[in-house]
Design a protein around this ligand. Structure first.
Ligand code: HEM
Length: 445
């Protein structure tokens, strides 16, 4: 075997690295652009750090081999460690609390658990409808964030952020967004510069983190001894997890459980507003499956196969968690060509994997039929990974899919989605992706 050299962008700036033509606000989209020219694997250097990106489906499939690779906490995920501690998402593979919490929490994500959450999910969706029925133009990402945060708060922990009744953003939400934004920025600012110029921001960050902990501790205290089979009930009654870990899990679920689903719903609504023929077909399915029921039963949501394909296709083009990192368990050779030492890692850049032309025909086109069963079967495994891979893949996948399919079905059935014809999709990046400035005027059918 001859080891192949991994390409990098042509113009490297001394000291800074591959920064030309890139913006702090759009690191994912900038890297996508570079990857289109550089091929299925490439590197980018930031200061003294060289990052390997994988955008080809075959190499991503090789990284999915659990016997040779494992999750790595890189960049944005590592930056979240301050916020999520040893919670499931930011736990290191070898931390004993990861397995303990994974086992305690798995029962909260079974089909029977989803069935139990269904009425609360319906209730929160009705609050969205209440708001949209009042008419006017709505900010889609903003309202989807209200929906998903309210859902995970109430379903997971019996806590309402009063997202649809408050005039102003809940202080917990403000602190959460503030700390996420700061953690993200830390990736791009040199430690010394941060120390000298960023004292005020660092202090605000510490205040935000303390406030998040305080609110969560209060919720936990109020629930001690009262049982329940939601996420918090399971954690409290198991006796397996310490107090700090439970707090970390609650904060982790509040964050991981809403941002990505909100973005996925927003992209799906964007594509529905741009593809009336798809919206018509999806709506016909909702009408047929839900019939005259005011409120769908649990099974009636799972039966919305075409609506589900719309969601899958939106997550193909814009996987709202745009990447995940994999590290070599021992010295190995990626794809039979690229040697990796034990501990070395690569970042799977999902929007490129999901548009790899060797797997996806006309990859830029929105087409939910790519997820018809025969088409899925004909595709190589691991070409579509919006929920990650292996043991550390998303525990909340079924939760997100049920919640989002219910919301899309409800909205399709009730409204025509009239988007502004002048709007051009802009994708905002803050750890996750979402459409920026996308509004619709929902009109009752
Ligand atoms: C992990 C995506 C919804 C909770 C992950 C990972 C991805 C992902 C890619 C793996 C990250 C890595 O390897 O570093 C998504 C997407 C969602 C979604 C695209 C929605 C469309 C949810 C929901 C919840 C959730 C609704 C909770 C209710 C988690 C947790 C982990 C995780 C706790 C860490 C699992 C572990 O390492 O044990 N998610 N997620 N996610 N997700 Fe999700």
């Amino acid at each position: 075997m001859t080891a192949a050299v991994i390409p990098h962008p042509r113009w490297r700036v001394p000291l800074l690295g591959d920064v030309l033509g890139t913006s702090r606000r759009t690191p994912v989209q900038d890297t996508m652009r570079m990857g289109r020219d550089l091929g299925p694997v490439f590197t980018r250097r930031f200061l003294d750090q060289e990052i390997v990106f994988v955008g080809g489906a075959a190499l991503a499939a090789d990284l999915a081999d659990e016997s040779r690779f494992a999750k790595h906490l890189a960049l944005g995920v590592e930056a979240l460690r301050d916020v999520g501690g040893d919670g499931l998402f930011t736990a290191y593979n070898e931390e004993p609390n990861w397995r303990a919490a994974h086992e305690v929490l798995l029962p909260a994500f079974t089909q029977s658990a989803m069935r139990a959450y269904h009425p609360t999910m319906v209730d929160v969706t009705a609050q969205l409808v209440g708001k949209w029925d009042r008419g006017g133009v709505v900010d889609v990402s903003g309202d989807m964030t209200k929906l998903t945060l309210e859902t995970i708060g109430r379903v997971g922990f019996g806590y309402s952020f009063e997202s649809f009744s408050r005039a102003e953003t809940h202080p917990f939400v403000r602190a959460m967004i503030g700390s996420l934004r700061y953690a993200q920025r830390k990736n791009f600012v040199l430690p010394l510069v941060r120390k000298v110029f960023g004292r005020e921001a660092e202090e605000r960050y510490q205040r935000d983190l303390a406030y998040l902990a305080e609110v969560v501790d209060e919720v936990v205290r109020s629930r001690r001894g009262s049982g329940g089979s939601d996420l918090l009930g399971l954690m409290l009654s198991s006796g397996e997890l310490d107090e700090v870990n439970i707090r970390n899990q609650v904060i982790t679920f509040l964050i991981a459980g809403h941002e990505t689903t909100s973005g996925a719903l927003s992209f799906a609504l964007y594509y529905l507003s741009r593809h009336p023929e798809v919206a018509e077909k999806a709506r016909a399915e909702v009408d047929a499956v839900w019939g005259s029921a005011d409120v769908p039963e649990f099974e009636q949501v799972a039966k919305l196969r075409y609506v589900r394909r719309v969601l899958d296709e939106a997550l193909r083009l814009w996987p709202t968690a745009p990447g995940f990192a994999r590290e070599a368990r021992a010295d190995t050779v990626l794809g039979g060509r690229y040697p990796m030492r034990a501990g070395q890692w690569a970042l799977v850049l999902l929007p490129l994997v999901h548009r790899d032309p060797s797997v996806w025909a006309s990859p830029e086109a929105f087409d939910p039929d790519r997820f018809a069963p025969a088409a899925v079967k004909a595709r190589p495994a691991h070409a579509y990974k919006p929920f990650g891979t292996g043991e550390r893949a998303c525990i909340g996948r079924q939760f997100a899919v049920h919640e989002a399919t219910l919301a899309l079905g409800t909205v399709l059935r009730r409204y025509d989605l009239v988007g502004s014809p002048d709007y051009r999709l802009r994708v905002a990046e803050m750890l996750t992706l979402k459409p920026d400035g996308f509004t619709v005027a929902p009109r009752r059918r």
